[in-house]
Design a protein around this ligand. Structure first.
Ligand SMILES: C[S@@+](CC[C@H](N)C(=O)[O-])C[C@H]1O[C@@H](n2cnc3c(N)ncnc32)[C@H](O)[C@@H]1O
Length: 395
């Protein structure tokens, strides 16, 4: 399908949905009872997101927030509440019917919030040609939209252009565990269902990094649909446009705390747990962002950590046989590569089959935020116990 045709069909689909209020797409886990206290039903009825990018403690008071593909305005209105009357929210969408509903409800939401006037503005525009000036936005959010854009690299470049230096994004979207085949890519209905245009997590994050964002990491993931063995799942990711000038700092070394035993950051530096690694000023800036900051001790002089140190952490598998039940772990940042203490090497975005023992390890506190876990077993499996290594290690 030609790009213009995809865009037209997607817009028609959402215009129809906005008129009929039909149910579409995925569970978002918004607290609708809370949102109902200030957002009209007409908006909530046409919430078609796949996450809660404005509702995860991501929005701060006084900020300027941009919502790409704002639809009926649910995330813009939640952001409006969170930025407060001194903050500002801009929603952009290509579909007139969506924009009309969002604009109609903006003054009602402002009244419900007790604001003298609405701090939300809805503009007509495309995700790959965002009608916002350069460097204006503190936080970019988007909820289940970028998968619908035919040229995602252009969208990522536009996001980087409009973000302030030091700004960030928090985006919920649908991704797939493997490339979507052509017969689905060219299925018109599945574009509107947020399936045909889904990228793999690897390509999604590579597009963001290619545009200039760094520190990309997972906030949340949840399964969506399995079609012909392809797992579609929703992810919420955050990443940063680092400040233009790196702040002056006395930090010269970073020591990895764990639980990973080795990691490679997005600038290509490798760190071994406990061993001080000399770093550049740009890397100091990257490692100072959440959640990277929690993974390292940054110091002006070389600093070694050993097991006796409270700052060192490791999670080992239990000494018992493994079972294989179809689980795959997908590293979703903030590292491009990471190793655990049981010879697994995870590459960001690439599913790696894991046994029950590793599943337990990755579900433990230090690891869990960095992984999306899927189960590819399409039928029930025997999950017999297997002993794979003489010392009880994993297969
Ligand atoms: C799945 S809905 C999500 C709407 C909203 N974010 C929400 O959570 O309810 C997708 C929205 O993105 C808009 N959209 C899709 N592709 C777009 C594009 N390339 N540029 C601008 N808007 C787009 C559609 O018009 C629709 O309103």
């Amino acid at each position: 399908m030609a790009i213009d045709e995809i865009t037209q069909k997607v817009s028609d689909r959402y215009a129809r949905a906005a008129s009929t209020g039909e149910q579409m797409c995925c569970p978002t886990s918004y607290d609708f009872a809370d949102l109902k206290s200030f957002i009209p039903e007409e908006v909530l009825k046409i919430s078609y997101g796949c996450g809660t990018p404005a509702g995860l403690k991501t929005v701060s008071h006084g900020e300027t927030v941009l919502d790409i593909g704002s639809g009926g305005g649910i995330d813009c209105f939640e952001a409006s509440r969170l930025v407060g009357p001194t903050g500002r929210v801009i929603g952009i969408d290509m579909t007139d019917t969506m924009l009309a509903i969002a604009r109609k409800n903006a003054p009602l939401v402002a009244t419900n919030l007790g604001y003298p006037m609405s701090n939300v503005e809805f503009r007509k525009g495309m995700a790959d040609a965002i009608p916002v000036i350069d460097g204006a936005i503190d936080l970019i959010i988007s909820n289940c939209v970028i998968n619908l854009a035919p040229d995602k690299r252009k969208v990522f470049r536009e996001m980087f252009r409009v973000a302030k230096p030091g700004g960030r994004f928090t985006i919920s979207d649908i991704v797939a565990d493997q490339p979507v085949p052509q017969y689905l890519v060219h299925d018109t209905d599945k574009w509107g269902d947020c399936l045909s245009g889904a990228l793999t997590l690897t390509d999604y994050i590579a597009g963001m990094v290619g545009a200039g964002f760094l520190g990309i990491h997972l906030i949340k993931s949840s399964p969506w649909q399995v079609i012909d063995g392809i797992h579609f799942f929703s992810v919420t990711l955050t990443g940063y446009k680092l400040p233009a000038n790196t702040p002056v700092s006395t930090v010269r070394y970073a020591t990895l705390r764990g639980p990973f035993s080795r990691v490679v950051d997005e600038l290509g530096t490798t760190y071994l747990r406990g061993i001080p690694q000399p770093i550049t000023a740009e890397t100091v800036c990257l490692l100072s962002q959440a959640p990277l900051a929690a993974q390292f001790v940054l110091s002006p002089d070389p600093l070694w950590l050993d097991r006796a140190d409270d700052r060192w952490s490791a999670v080992y598998p239990i000494d018992a046989p493994c079972t294989w039940s179809g689980h795959f772990a997908i590293l979703a940042g903030p590292f491009v590569e990471a190793a655990d203490d049981d010879h697994h090497v995870y590459h960001r975005g690439e599913p790696l089959e894991i046994c029950s023992k590793t599943l337990n390890v990755l579900e433990a506190g230090g690891y869990a935020p960095h992984f999306a876990i899927i189960n590819r077993a399409g039928q029930s499996v025997s999950a017999n116990s297997v002993t794979c290594a003489p010392n009880g290690g994993c297969c």
